[in-house]
Design a protein around this ligand. Structure first.
Ligand code: HEC
Length: 143
């Protein structure tokens, strides 16, 4: 066995304990945002467009309302209870990440509320809306 291979084996053994865990931590935190973006693109942008600006048919421009509605309790519940969000195939954790990715990445017209937790999303989506327009109108009266 050459000296070089002995040295490189011992370096690899050391690295396994330090480098690999920190590498996976870095990869995990950067992939969380990338996953949220691709989940949004895959499951939501068909109707809402890449930047939330869609106004086709009854789809609301999320930039005009999302910040405002996320800033108070009843509005936050509504945002997760709309059929497109509540019935999406995303897990509670993944949907929370998409909702938060939207808070961070859309050019919202109002100051938004705090991020959604997985627990919030689980509780709200368990009670989906069948006729969101009526509640939406009353929530937006204050806007
Ligand atoms: C098939 C089209 C469609 C898809 C796909 C869709 N939505 Fe929607 N979304 C709508 C429509 C239409 C509304 C207006 C309320 C309603 O009628 O459901 C809406 C409303 C919303 C609202 C409330 C905004 C407001 O101002 O009322 C949020 C938040 C939202 N969608 C998020 C999402 C997310 C997150 C996804 C993906 C996981 C998604 N939607 C997928 C069509 C869609």
């Amino acid at each position: 066995m050459s000296l070089l291979s002995v040295v490189s084996r011992s370096v690899m053994r050391q690295c396994r304990h330090f480098l690999l865990p920190s590498l996976s931590l870095v990869m995990f935190s950067s992939t969380a945002a990338a996953d949220a973006r691709s989940d949004y693109l895959l499951h939501c942008s068909g109707c809402h467009l890449e930047n939330g600006s869609s106004k086709i048919l009854d789809v609301p421009d999320l930039r005009e309302t999302y910040g405002f509605l996320s800033s108070f309790a009843a509005g936050r519940e509504y945002l997760v209870r709309v059929p497109g969000a509540a019935y999406s195939p995303l897990s509670d954790a993944a949907l929370a990440q998409v909702m938060n990715w939207m808070l961070e990445n859309f050019e919202l017209q109002q100051t938004s509320g705090s991020p959604f937790s997985e627990e919030d999303v689980a509780a709200f989506r368990s009670n989906p809306l069948y006729n969101p327009g009526v509640l939406r109108e009353s929530l937006l009266e204050a806007l």
